[in-house]
Ligand binder design. Structure first.
Ligand code: 8X3
Length: 259
């Protein structure tokens, strides 16, 4: 077994987007525990500030920076704060709606493309010089199993996550030979506080139905654990793509439910 790479002390900064809840918050906690100085970004300032305080109180290093990943000017301004960055975790994103192609709202599609694809593009472009300057940088793209296959009612989200997947795959080709690797983590069914609720516009019943009868959907911690594992491999080891699902989910459309 290869020993995990220890981040070279205080110099290793990890920027996590969408860090106010779910997978992003869990990833920030775990990367901080692994020795990274984490920079939490999200639109909700109060949330990331509270999390940064929690992480700092646990004896780790964390800072919060309110940021909308779709606002390029704000992202560029954010990036000026860094000379080097070790890790960028592009986690911000999400799903809006689950309607068929025939009736889904084009505005939802636009917003999903903005957050899942353009947001990832913005952060990646803005921080690539600092990731390269670190001499051992890692870009993580948290895509989804929706980036690798479709399902009815999912087209808008599926299209956006395919976009995030293509961004990761293409970037890996384009920057080969530089000291930056590109890791894509593609989770399937993850039960978080907000993902399904956001998708269904706050409808708790619809959100609960997503996980109904499913024994142990993945948790945010499961995904964060996987991200942290991939990121802490030695720099020359590139986990190109890691797909993870709960045992009860065999594919995007085949889920075992005990009802
Ligand atoms: C979440 C997985 O199945 O809701 O990214 O599209 S799914």
């Amino acid at each position: 077994m290869t020993a995990p790479a220890t981040p070279s002390a205080a110099s290793r900064i990890a920027v996590v987007t969408g860090a106010s809840s779910g997978i992003g918050a869990a990833t920030a906690r775990q990367l901080a525990a692994a020795g990274y100085r984490v920079v939490l970004t999200a639109r909700r300032k109060d949330r990331i500030e509270a999390l940064a305080e929690e992480i700092s109180a646990a004896g780790h290093s964390a800072a919060a920076y309110a940021l909308d990943v779709t606002d390029r000017a704000a992202v560029d301004e954010f990036a000026t704060a860094f000379r080097t960055v070790g890790v960028l975790v592009n986690n911000a994103g999400g799903a809006l709606g689950a309607d068929p192609v025939a009736t889904s709202d084009p505005e939802d599609w636009r917003r999903m493309y903005e957050t899942n694809v353009i947001g990832t593009l913005n952060l990646t472009q803005a921080l690539l010089p600092a990731l390269t300057a670190s001499g051992d940088g890692t870009v993580v793209v948290v895509s989804s199993t929706a980036g690798h296959g479709t399902y009815e009612g999912g087209a808008g989200y599926v299209a956006a996550k395919h976009g995030a997947h293509v961004l990761a795959e293409t970037l890996r080709l384009e920057i080969v030979g530089t000291p930056v690797r590109v890791i894509e983590i593609a989770p399937g069914m993850v039960k978080t506080d907000e993902f399904a609720l956001t998708r269904f516009g706050g409808d708790k019943e619809k959100a609960a139905r997503v996980y109904e009868g499913v024994a142990e959907p993945l948790t945010a911690d499961d995904v964060a654990d996987t991200i942290t594992w991939a990121v802490t491999r030695p720099g020359h080891v590139n986990v190109d793509l890691l797909v993870l699902r709960p045992r009860a989910q065999a594919s995007n459309t085949k889920v075992h439910r005990e009802l």
